[in-house]
Design a protein around this ligand. Structure first.
Ligand SMILES: *Cc1c(COP(=O)(O)O)cnc(C)c1O
Length: 388
């Protein structure tokens, strides 16, 4: 039985997959079982932030696996303390909670928001505003938070207490931000929703209204965080710092982690026994995360991400088939004029390039470490398809 057949026999078919068996990786290249190499412009949906098998990252992860792989949350470990300090200092937050995924990070933020409000104002102020076209995860609660009707099927009843506002519609926001609301949750750039950055005026209004009403801001930076946009947090591009920020995808370089960062206001909300996660803060993941933070904090690294993003944008905009390019830094959405994004991704696969889609767009989330040489090689393949 070949790998695909065996896999399909024993794994639930909840994903649409390409018929491609990945075997190994190096830098920007992924290699399939049949030996074919692919330039990866998707980096495992933005998780392999340092590319495949970066030397420092592999060393950090392997050393930690040899030393101590896990020890429950009854005890402390130094690697967790070091990672938490580095992350809070880099991101400018007071403290954090450890989980294993984006959804888990968001669940934590939602729980903190509700408890913050309950502790201070009592019952009835539990609603959370989320935006239409958002994506916050696949657990029941984060699905309920997700503002896309396509996700609200089959699994009824959903979790109560989420109110959707149209992105960039200030009037809609004002109308719905009433006395029942404890938080507004948003992505600065809607990722799965089509790489759609929020308008600056709308972001300003969220922060202004929330400050007036002691309503918390929750920035879901699961996809946009950890340098992806050329700043450590996407909020830095807007001059904003949310009360709570969630991170996951690229944070540990391709191994499971999710964190919820809290500023001063929410740092004391979760007390002993109010939240937990067995694998949360796994030492190996923390070691990988430290390797990522060391690199992202190295001199000039974030500036390079912004420059590479600009370079890719300029090249794409010269292509006749490209209608527009959205996103910031190395989070890029390409709206096409006549071609279908899904068809472009399939054609690219044939030619040795991995791409993503987001709604009707082709989406690029290359590793943050990608070289100009590999950018050129990948773009040459992409342009060949778009011009063909
Ligand atoms: C991917 C993503 C999530 C969900 O993360 P998981 O690790 O799959 O749970 C949540 N929010 C945003 C913005 C994402 O891009």
């Amino acid at each position: 039985m070949d790998t695909i057949e065996q896999f399909n026999q024993y794994v639930m078919p909840s994903y649409g997959r390409y018929p491609l068996v990945m075997d190994s990786g190096e830098g920007e290249y992924a290699s399939a079982e049949d030996g074919k190499r692919y330039i990866d412009f998707g980096s495992g949906i933005g998780t392999n932030s340092l590319g495949y098998c970066d030397e420092d990252w592999v060393k950090a992860v392997c050393e930690q696996a040899h030393r101590l792989q896990h020890t429950s949350n009854y005890y402390y470990t130094k690697v967790q303390a070091d990672f938490a300090k580095a992350l809070c200092e880099t991101a400018g937050y007071t403290n954090m909670f450890f989980g294993n995924s984006g959804a888990e990070a968001n669940e934590c933020a939602i729980k903190i928001a509700r408890k913050y409000s309950f502790d201070k104002y009592g019952k009835g102020r539990h609603n959370i505003i989320t935006l239409i076209n958002s994506f916050h995860g696949r657990t029941l609660c984060t699905l309920s938070a997700t503002g896309q009707d396509v996700f609200h099927n089959y699994f009824f009843p959903f979790v109560e207490g989420f109110v959707n506002v149209e992105a960039n519609n200030i009037e809609d926001l004002r109308a719905k931000l009433d006395g029942t609301v404890c938080a507004v949750m948003f992505e600065y750039i809607q990722g799965e929703g089509g790489v759609m950055p929020l308008e600056r005026e709308f972001v300003d209004e969220i922060f202004k209204l929330c400050a007036e009403k002691d309503v918390l801001t929750i920035a879901d930076e699961v996809q946009t965080g950890v340098g992806r946009t050329g700043k450590f947090l996407a909020g830095d591009n807007f001059g904003k710092k949310a009360d709570l920020t969630t991170l996951a995808k690229g944070l540990a370089g391709g191994i499971p982690i999710g964190v919820c960062l809290a500023g001063e206001k929410c740092a004391g909300v979760l007390t002993a026994g109010t939240h937990g996660s067995t694998f949360g803060g796994n030492p190996i993941c923390c070691a990988g995360g430290l390797a990522v933070l060391n690199r992202v904090n190295s001199e000039g690294f974030l500036g390079e991400i912004a420059a590479k993003g600009e370079y890719i944008r300029e090249k794409l905009l010269k292509c006749d088939e490209v209608a527009s390019v959205s996103g910031i830094g190395l989070m890029i959405g390409i709206e096409l004029k006549s071609k279908q994004a899904g068809e472009v991704v399939k054609a690219a696969l044939e030619k040795g390039l991995l791409l993503l889609t987001a709604k009707t767009k082709v989406r690029l989330l290359p590793p943050l470490t990608i070289s100009y040489e590999e950018i050129d090689k990948g773009l040459e393949i992409l342009m060949g398809i778009l011009n063909g």
